[in-house]
Design a protein around this ligand. Structure first.
Ligand code: ADP
Ligand code: MG
Length: 361
């Protein structure tokens, strides 16, 4: 059997660049070399694409040869930026770039134009899962519970910050979370416990996006479920995040080793089952494909749950929740990658079967 040529595209122009390097390192280590020829492609903080050479570790690929991917459908050929000569050939891409420019549909649109099959959600699904405001509106319309919120625009903040604070106080109240609509890894997020903290929290979030959410803070357990599939998505067992800090901030995600990841989460069976069903529904509502990690808040007192967010490209290191939840559900890291590559190709084939021209009569 011919080996499939897989490109791992990672890095990117986002605050989650380093997280992506870690994900790429784990994926590279787990892809079966008997099945795949793997090429590493690092996107630098400047947005340039660099090609890995044999033996190069992901962290140093940004120093590799600069390449481009021309938008020639079905070609999948990376070319050297310097010489214009072919540099690598790809059959499928694993775009493990978190955050803006990777998880938000832009990279997916680029890969669509280049006609290369890729793992994960398409342009629309990626974009709506990335935008916390649009995602919540769609989930709410589908009857899936979300935490009450209001949206504040950067221009409104610049024009009248006091009015924005008054609006947030009236509609949401305290305590509240303030977050950029498009971000990740808790970057730009702040918890506000008094009215006087609002202006600084809003200004901080506005550094990362021009659209900001103010959300009621819930005292909740953080439960996550991994989804895998295209048309018939499946849900993993739930996992739980137990940060030592007051909430799951950047430090507790990547620095503080005290954060506990409990898989499977200790939940009543009926609730676990309900969350798995809602997670699959949310995946479909938000145009998911391939994979997603669906994050819930479960109120500590009432056990009411809210869907917090759906992540189209969750952290993908060996120890990340997404692969851990699948391992606990009986699927190894390597088998998970095999399945994701298969799903990417299935989806590209379904789209290739669509008519591109139309003649009447
Ligand atoms: N409404 C909320 N109530 C309680 N905790 C929250 C709320 N919103 C966010 N958090 C805390 O902040 C963390 C990050 O927020 P989240 O919306 O998931 O953003 P990100 O996309 O950066 O992960 C959550 O995991 C949780 O610990
Ligand atoms: Mg989150």
């Amino acid at each position: 059997m011919e080996k499939l040529r897989v490109g791992i595209v990672f890095g990117g122009r986002s605050v989650e660049h380093e997280v992506s390097v870690a994900s790429a390192t784990s994926i590279l280590g787990a892809l079966d070399p008997n099945r795949y020829d793997t090429t590493l492609i690092a996107i630098s903080q400047q947005g340039r694409w660099h090609l890995g050479a044999p033996g190069m570790l992901p962290a140093s690929v940004v120093e590799g040869e600069e390449v481009t991917l021309p938008a020639i459908p079905g070609n999948g050929q990376l070319v050297s930026r310097e010489t214009g000569e072919p540099a690598a050939q790809l059959d499928v891409v694993i775009p493990i770039v978190h955050g803006t420019g990777g998880e938000d549909g832009t990279l997916q649109g680029f890969l669509e134009l280049a006609g290369v099959p890729y793992v994960g959600a398409g342009v629309l699904g990626s974009a709506i899962q990335m935008d916390k405001d649009v995602a919540k509106q769609l989930l709410q319309a589908a009857g899936i519970p979300v935490v009450p919120w209001v949206t504040v625009r950067a221009h409104q903040l610049a024009a009248d910050a006091d009015a924005c604070v008054a609006h947030a106080m009236k509609e949401v109240g305290l305590p509240a979370f303030v977050k950029p609509a498009n971000a990740g890894s808790s970057v730009g997020i702040g918890k506000v416990t008094s009215e006087s903290e609002f202006p600084a929290a809003l200004a901080h979030a506005a550094r990362y996006d021009t659209k900001i959410l103010v959300e009621r803070a819930v005292d909740a357990r953080e439960i996550e479920i991994a989804i895998l599939g295209n048309d018939a998505p499946e849900a993993s067992v739930p996992g739980e995040i137990v940060p030592k800090a007051d909430w799951y901030d950047y430090e507790s995600k990547y620095v503080d080793e005290q954060t506990e990841l409990v898989v499977p989460a200790d939940l009543p069976e009926a609730l676990a089952q309900q969350l798995r069903e809602v997670a699959v529904d949310a995946f479909c509502v938000l145009e998911g494909a391939g994979l997603a990690r669906v994050d819930f808040f479960v109120d500590r007192e009432s056990s009411d749950f809210y869907l917090n967010e759906v992540n189209s490209l969750p952290g993908f290191t060996e120890v990340s929740m997404y692969p851990r939840m699948w391992r606990a559900s009986g699927l190894s890291f390597t088998a998970l990658l095999d399945r994701l590559v298969e799903l990417a190709i299935e989806r590209a084939q379904a789209s290739q079967r669509l008519e591109r021209t139309y003649r009447t009569g």
